[in-house]
Design a protein around this ligand. Structure first.
Ligand code: FES
Ligand code: FES
Length: 191
């Protein structure tokens, strides 16, 4: 295609993005994505910014080791660099752009700002999406490697619990103490 010709896939994407703005969420049904985006693997960390103009998710290692690309699929966190759109046909994908409700930031976003949970910010989208998924996992009673009392309906979110559950998200700026504090605040715990 001539680079100056309108790209029908991007036009189709404009419709989807407008709907996204109107509903105040970037949760997308993968069946609505352009075919080209699906073929390229729209959930991965190339497809999200290049086909959907969702630039919040970042590519760090591209090998499932840093967590910078974390998004929520059906509410569960996943490294988007390790998955393809065709593996999630019909499922909802929430990126960092979809966590806020209009002008109201998600409690995790507010807490990260208040606790300086970032420096360069490169890892932050992944950290916040991962924290959202992690808190949901904890509410559902999923234990971690360091959970001591498996009889409790949900593990107490100690610093050790949070650090273990967030260990898949690397911060090269080492903002870890502030990230833990932000997550505790969002969880309604003393910081
Ligand atoms: S870019 Fe996906 S885990 Fe690092
Ligand atoms: S804030 Fe810079 S990598 Fe985490």
């Amino acid at each position: 295609m001539d680079e100056h010709e309108p790209n029908p896939e991007l036009n189709a994407m404009e419709v989807t993005r407008r709907a996204v703005i109107e509903t105040g969420t970037t949760a997308l049904l993968l069946t609505t994505l352009p075919r080209g985006a699906l073929a390229a693997g729209a959930v991965d960390d190339d497809g999200l910014p290049e086909h959907l103009a969702l630039t919040g998710s970042k590519k760090g290692c591209d090998h499932g080791q840093c967590g910078a690309c974390t998004v929520l699929i059906e509410g569960r966190r996943i490294n988007s660099c390790l998955t393809l759109a065709v593996m999630h046909d019909g499922e909802s994908v929430t990126t960092i752009e979809g966590l806020a409700e209009g002008d109201n930031l998600h409690p995790l976003q507010t807490a990260f700002v208040e606790h300086d949970g970032f420096q360069c910010g490169y890892c932050t989208s992944g950290q916040i999406c991962s924290a959202a998924g992690m808190l949901a996992e904890n509410r559902q009673g999923m234990p971690s490697y360091v959970t001591e009392d498996l009889t409790q309906p949900a593990a107490e979110l100690t610093d050790a619990e949070i650090r273990e559950r967030m260990s898949g998200n690397i911060c090269r700026c080492a903002a870890y103490p502030n990230i833990v504090a932000a997550i505790k605040q969002a969880a309604g715990l003393p910081t």
